[in-house]
Design a protein around this ligand. Sequence first.
Ligand SMILES: [Zn+2]
Ligand SMILES: [Zn+2]
Length: 112
Amino acid sequence: MELNKCAKCGKLFPSNEDLCSNCLSQDLKDLETVRKFLLDNLKKNTIEEICSETGVSKKDILRFISKGRFDDIDNLGEFFTCVYCKKPIKRGRYCDDCLSKFHKIKDELSPK
Ligand SMILES: [Zn+2]
Ligand SMILES: [Zn+2]
């Protein structure tokens, strides 16, 4: 089995999960706390505010978002900006428009 570094405490542990067993239950609690807060306060928050209101660290909140934990919540605030056109986006580095443009350019450049 592979050793993995816990995304929360940094401990090495033998699993393919993101978190060690010590952190997993706390992480699920944090996830529920943040999710509940988001559902009660749609579109009103920056990550800093969610952080201070829920007591969950920014690093953990960003990890939840990047893992798509809140993708099912409609009207979730947009926490990131597209690196390219600065449009607000929910996650990742580029908005869908820019991504599809990039794919087109890539297709045009690549040899047929
Ligand atoms: Zn851990
Ligand atoms: Zn963009």
